[in-house]
Structures are given as C-alpha cells and as structure tokens.
Design a protein around this ligand. Structure first.
Ligand code: SF4
Length: 335
C-alpha cells in the first residue's frame, strides 16, 4: 500500500462522513443500496440525495420491489431529482437483474457494465463499495484532489487522472479507500479555500508547496446554448389544468407536463395571452428561459386527445420534471 493510501485511510477512519448509504470497515452488505445511492448522486448533491435515498428505500427496499413497480410509480418517487433517464434505466436494470442474475448484482465489473444505466463509473463504485474490491473510482472530487496533489496545471479530466488514481488505489480496503478520497475532496480539498492544514497529504502536495491550490484544477468549459421557449396554461371551467404525457423517448420522456415548446412555438392556433412571468432552467446541454401564456378553450380535438384536465389536488399523483415543478410554482404565484 502506498504511503498516500495509508495516510488517507487513517484520516478517513477518524474523519469520514456518516452517510445513510455508507458502511465503514468493509463491503456494504446491500449492493442494491449502494447502486441506488450512486445513481442518485450523479448530477445531484449529497445533501439532496440524503432525503430522497431514505424515502426511496422505504418505497422500494430491494431489487424485487423496484422491478415489480410500474414505471409511473418509479418516476413519481424520482420526481424532483432531475435527469429522469436515470430512473428509467434503474427500473430496466432492476428487471434485468431479477430476470438474469437472480435478483443480486454480479460482483464483476464486466458483468455490471452489461446492465442498463451502469457505466464505467457506477460499475467501479459498486465493485468498490459493495464488494470491497480494489477498484478506482474517479469523480469530480478525486479529479480535483489528485490534480492538486500532483500539481497538474493543464486542463484535466477523468481520463487524465485515472492512471494516477489507479497507482494510489490499494489492493485491500477498496470500499474505505474509495470513500476516503471522495471525502477528502468533499470536506477538505474543496473547490474554494481548501483546508490544507487538516489534509493528510499536506506534506507532499505539490499545489500546496507552490501555493497554487486554488488555480487547480483547470477543467474543460462547456459552451451552452440558450433557448427561449414558452409554456402554455389551459384551464377548463372547473379551473382544472391541462397536462399531457411526454413521449417515451427523448428529453424528459414519460413525464407529465404542461404543453411547452423550447423554441416558443404555440401548440395550436388560438387566442394566447402572455402572462407577466418567466422562469429559467438549466439542462445539461442548454439553458432555457420560458415565457408563460394562457390560452382559451376549447382545445382542438387532436390536441385534447393528447392529455387530460387535472385539479390542483390531483397534480401530486403525476410525475413532473423539476422544470415543470418550477412552472407549477410560478403558475400558482400568478393565477
Ligand atoms: S494539501 Fe491542500 S491542495 Fe493538497 S490535497 Fe490536501 S487539501 Fe488539497
């Protein structure tokens, strides 16, 4: 074991975070719980995931309960976490694990990679956390810590950092080591103002020696498109709201929505009145601004067949994206 791994493991055993999906000192007994947490943590903060994870584990405590649930129910439980493809793939993955692996995850990375929604990062995480294998897990925290430790001043990404991370990963204590290096990044070697005086690697850290911690890492910048769209509020005489289900494929597929268009095109010819409201939402590949319009009834027959009218009380029974939750909040403010 490298000196770095020894120091880090010692630090972790005294300072590691207590998280609902984590055990220390070895493999997690429930690979299902590890997987649920790892999928939720993609694109979502630890703080947000804590609440969702506990609710999810009550509703779907094991692989069989998730596999047997309807996709609508799964999406409803996922509501608010965003990136809904994750939930759909989890549902498909649970069904595959039940059908082909007797309800338990295989303990080999190559087998895990065959499952829906499990990419290299998640496969490594399951191997490390659930099976205590010496798998190298490289997330944003690990990239930052190692870029600083080795004083890398050029643009870094997972590909560049992985060989360095592999070199440090010990052959034993795979689960604790993977948790430890993530915790070091999340709690000490933070993006701003790293607390080097508390860091177990402070004596050999290149960035610290040179005083360049905050200039590292340099990350690739994503150029994002801006889109100006519109959302359309249609109410019937009972003040019920028109909603419809998105198609099974593509952005926010399978979720419910108020009619909206990312380019602001009206859904049908009609009498549209613009309302004094706008919201903004950030997608992975574009930033969206939505204007609000209210339309008068009746709906054209082909349009009314696409959805249904729902009372405010019943809206909670439908899975909406985070974007639509923002729309509903704004609608409640203005109408
Ligand atoms: S010494 Fe500072 S910059 Fe270096 S790894 Fe530790 S916290 Fe990060």
């Amino acid at each position: 074991m490298t000196r770095e791994a020894e120091l880090l493991l010692k630090w972790y055993r005294e300072n590691g975070r207590v998280l609902p999906w984590r055990v220390t000192g070895g493999a997690h007994p429930d690979a299902y719980a590890v997987w649920v947490s790892e999928i939720m943590l993609q694109q979502t903060t630890v703080q947000t995931v804590c609440g969702y994870f506990e609710k999810w584990m009550k509703r779907f405590p094991d692989m069989a309960s998730l596999a047997g649930a309807s996709l609508d129910d799964v999406l409803l439980q996922w509501q608010g976490l965003g990136y809904y493809t994750r939930a759909k793939k989890m549902h498909a993955c649970a069904q595959t694990v039940m059908a082909e692996y007797g309800g338990s995850f295989p303990a080999e990375r190559a087998e895990l990679l065959k499952l829906p929604g499990i990419g290299p990062y998640t496969a490594s995480s399951i191997c490390a956390f659930a099976f205590n294998l010496p798998e190298t897990v490289v997330d944003g925290n690990v990239i930052r810590v190692l870029a600083r430790y080795y004083g890398i001043r050029e643009v870094v990404d997972r590909e560049k950092i992985t060989p360095l991370a592999v070199r440090l990963t010990p052959q034993e204590a795979g689960a604790d080591y993977a948790s430890a290096i993530m915790d070091l990044g999340a709690t000490i070697c933070k993006p701003a103002a790293p607390q080097c005086g508390l860091c177990p690697w402070q004596n050999n850290c290149t960035a610290r020696k040179k005083g360049i911690q905050e200039q590292i890492p340099l990350l690739k910048k994503l150029e994002k498109k801006k889109k100006h769209g519109a959302v359309f509020i249609l109410l019937n005489e009972q003040n019920e709201l028109f909603i419809r289900k998105r198609p099974g494929k593509g952005l926010l597929s399978g979720l419910w929505e108020l009619p909206w268009d990312e380019e602001g095109r009206f859904p049908f010819e009609g009498n549209w009145q613009e309302l004094p409201a706008k919201i903004r939402h950030v997608f992975t590949h574009f930033d969206l601004e939505l204007r609000f319009f209210k339309g008068t009834l009746p709906l054209p027959p082909d349009f009314s067949e696409q959805g249904l009218f729902v009372s405010d009380n019943d809206l909670k029974n439908y899975a909406f994206s985070t974007l639509m939750k923002k729309v509903l909040e704004k609608k409640a403010e203005i109408l």
